[in-house]
Design a protein around this ligand. Structure first.
Ligand SMILES: [Mg+2]
Length: 253
């Protein structure tokens, strides 16, 4: 890792917290301590509501100056939020056009039905319009982790769906999201896009940044950040991240 990163960026699901779940108090405290020393970014395919439930609402009481060092990048950084004037403000959002959205929704639903992946028992809606991203979640947004794991243990269904939908949407990008989800965005939108935007917005270079994620393997949704040349650290779950941060903070003390 960089000798002294000025900014530490995190993936959210399975890096800071279990998938779609709130931060553990241990992690919330670590993020608060980290914010006293460096700028912090959280970047994920999820939308802002997810960031609020999983991260913001779990943080201890922090000063406005401290919170100003937190950068939130929902939907891979096509949206950007900062804490300013006592509230979380959307600085920008790069949304899909109505035509792009309509074509994406239609392509993914038609294909999922054809492949037999359109489930009737779900936890919340299967399709979601996240503004800058259309997301397909096979079992719904709120599906329990165990059911999701069972649905597609090898990732074969998700990959088949991704490939077929991509063929129908040559001008858009179709990517694997979480364990049962497929995301559709403009081309070139992944976490590398978000991290590039972040470097522009903060003036912190890649070399002075550290990215921590659970899917830095070539198939993973964190890999584009590694490919970009940002120093990275791979974890296997939030406890792993917590241990790493505790050691790092100890070394800074
Ligand atoms: Mg993850």
């Amino acid at each position: 890792m960089p000798a002294l990163p000025r900014l530490i960026a995190f993936d959210l699901d399975d890096t800071l917290a279990p998938s779609k779940s709130p931060l553990d108090p241990r992690m919330a405290k670590l993020i608060a301590e980290l914010l006293e020393r460096v700028q912090v970014c959280v970047i994920s395919g999820g939308q802002f509501g997810q960031f609020k439930m999983q991260v913001i609402d779990m943080l201890p009481e922090l000063s406005a100056d401290t919170l100003a060092r937190l950068h939130l990048m929902p939907t891979c950084g096509t949206q950007y939020y900062r804490f300013e004037s006592d509230e979380w403000n959307q600085v920008y959002a790069q949304n899909l056009t109505d035509d792009e959205k309509a074509r994406a929704l239609s392509a993914v639903e038609t294909t999922a039905r054809e492949l037999g992946y359109w489930e009737s028992e779900t936890w919340g809606p299967i399709l979601e319009d996240r503004g800058s991203q259309i997301t397909f979640s096979a079992l719904g947004q709120a599906a329990p982790v165990a059911s999701k794991t069972q649905w597609d243990p090898t990732g074969a269904k998700k990959n088949a769906l991704r490939t077929a939908v991509q063929a129908l949407l040559p001008d858009l990008e179709v990517r694997s999201g979480g364990s049962t989800s497929v995301d559709i965005t403009r081309q070139g939108i992944d976490k590398a896009y978000g991290m590039t935007k972040l470097a522009e917005l903060t003036g912190v270079s890649f070399e002075e940044t550290l990215f921590i994620g659970d899917r830095l393997d070539p198939e993973g949704n964190d890999y584009p950040v590694k490919a970009l040349g940002v120093p990275t650290y791979a974890v296997e779950g939030w406890e792993d991240t917590a241990e790493y941060l505790e050691n790092w903070l100890k070394q800074q003390a």
